[in-house]
Design a protein around this ligand. Structure first.
Ligand code: HEM
Length: 431
């Protein structure tokens, strides 16, 4: 397609992307999602949360509802990176925060059609939903403003702690540079509102999609125990029993990665992508798209298209393996993060999180539908997602049976070292 996309680069793209088109690459702001230093720090942050999650699962002594534990772990990765904040999963403030995001994603379904038919906003039910969304957003913004103001009062420009600090440093620099530099960076938007929106966007996009994909990975392992055994055999052979997997192991674990790709394809947690439009008539694949037309990329449909995938409804990680089975090959019809210039900015971070959480979980535990469950007759969790902006599995419980305690014990030692190093980062812990 000709590059006629309507939007200017979003603030997120400006802050995180490495592309030279933006004056505000992550090198300028520092610690971006895709820079190599950012990635190394990110790995430590994720590993720390992986170990916390595994410990919590172990404490459940068998049967657990993984959703609150997974959401908290994933929220803490984003929270540490964005605002040096961690939460405990049973903290009431955290639960309220998560509830507001969850509700937002669910209510989004009721308001989605409004994008195409604005007149719908006059319907009482849609009007009430919009009012509720505004109310929830105001509550979240109040929390985010408190955190930003705390950051501003403790900012040390020589030692940025997280994304908010980096943004504030950039803001000061732009103030010194003058109006032209500010305009090029903010595109006329209010800098304060931009920062609030970035924090909220990263939290909502960064928590829901990753945690839902991880929950789906457990559901698919319950349905496909033979795949889980193959993943575990690969982990035992390549990583060994004495430690948890790291990103350096990634290359050696093609079957594990292929399984994660297959989970992403099958679940397609962002089924209808994000709506875009073109600002001038655009030729695409023999069609003319008129200016301003809405384009809804049906990612779920692409991932289940029989002309692109052999038996698309079968769960077969092998489809992502190279002919000799030593590498992962992603066909062009695989696009869980969307495509084009507005592709998900968290793609690399998400891939790291999914790999480390999934591989570590299966290295330490088997996920089973077991007769130890409260109700032995409970059927396997459904493969049909619950509607929402991000598709999630219906609530389920699973039996987490220890496979490899040694790896967890080693992970706990590394996590303790990391926490000592992080102490001077003043990580706030709620709960
Ligand atoms: C499994 C995990 C994830 C999936 C499947 C996913 C998927 C997507 C998709 C399909 C889009 C729309 C792309 C488009 O407009 O064409 C998107 C946008 C976005 N994602 Fe993700 N995402 C994931 C994780 C993350 C993470 C971890 C973050 C950040 C911490 C993130 C931040 C964003 C943001 C900020 C946007 C909007 C970008 C823009 O408007 O320019 N996502 N994501």
């Amino acid at each position: 397609m000709k590059n006629n996309a309507k939007e200017a680069p979003s603030a997120h793209h400006q802050i995180f992307n490495n592309d030279n088109s933006s004056s505000s690459s992550n090198a300028t702001v520092g610690g971006g999602l895709r820079s190599s230093s950012g990635i190394k720090r990110m790995e430590s942050l994720i590993q720390n949360e992986v170990v916390h999650l595994l410990k919590l699962v172990a404490q459940e002594r068998g049967v657990a509802d993984p959703e609150p534990l997974v959401k908290c772990a994933v929220a803490n990765v984003v929270g540490s990176m964005v605002m040096s904040t961690r939460f405990r999963h049973d903290d009431t403030r955290f639960q309220r925060f998560m509830h507001l995001f969850d509700e937002g994603f669910r209510l989004f379904v009721d308001t989605g059609l409004m994008t195409f038919m604005p007149i719908l906003r006059f319907l009482p039910k849609v009007g009430q939903t919009c009012a509720k969304l505004r109310e929830n957003r105001d509550e979240m913004v109040t929390f985010v403003r408190e955190v930003i103001s705390e950051h501003r009062s403790t900012l040390n420009a020589n030692a940025p702690r997280d994304l908010i600090d980096n943004y504030l440093i950039k803001q000061r620099q732009l103030e010194a540079e003058g109006e032209e530099a500010k305009e090029a960076f903010y595109h006329g938007y209010d800098p304060e509102r931009q920062l609030e929106q970035i924090v909220l966007d990263l939290f909502s996009a960064g928590i829901e999609n990753v945690s839902h994909t991880l929950l789906w990975s457990m559901v698919y392992m319950l349905h496909n125990p033979e795949v889980m055994q193959k993943v575990q055999a690969e982990l035992n052979e390549k990583v060994g029993e004495a430690r948890l997997p790291t990103l350096d192991d990634c290359r050696e674990l093609p079957y594990t990665r292929a399984t994660m790709c297959e989970v992403m394809r099958m679940s397609s947690v962002v089924p209808t992508g994000v709506t875009h439009s073109v600002n001038s008539p655009t030729e695409f694949d023999g069609y003319t798209l008129p200016a301003n037309v809405h384009i809804v990329p049906l990612l779920h449909s692409v991932h289940h298209d029989p002309s692109a995938w052999d038996e698309p409804e079968s769960f077969r990680p092998e489809r992502f393996l190279s002919a000799d089975g030593t590498d992962v090959v992603k066909p062009p019809s695989f696009m869980p993060f969307g495509t084009g210039q507005r592709v998900c900015i968290g793609d690399r971070m998400a891939e790291q999180e999914l790999f480390l959480f999934f591989a570590s979980l299966l290295h330490v535990f088997s996920v089973r539908q077991s007769d130890k469950m409260e109700d032995a007759k409970t059927p396997l969790p459904s493969l049909r997602g619950l509607p929402g902006a991000s598709l999630r599995p219906a609530p389920f419980k699973a039996h987490f049976a220890f496979e490899n305690v040694e790896a967890l014990v080693d992970g706990m030692k590394i996590s303790q070292e990391f926490q000592k190093l992080e102490q001077n980062q003043h990580i706030r812990i709620y709960g």
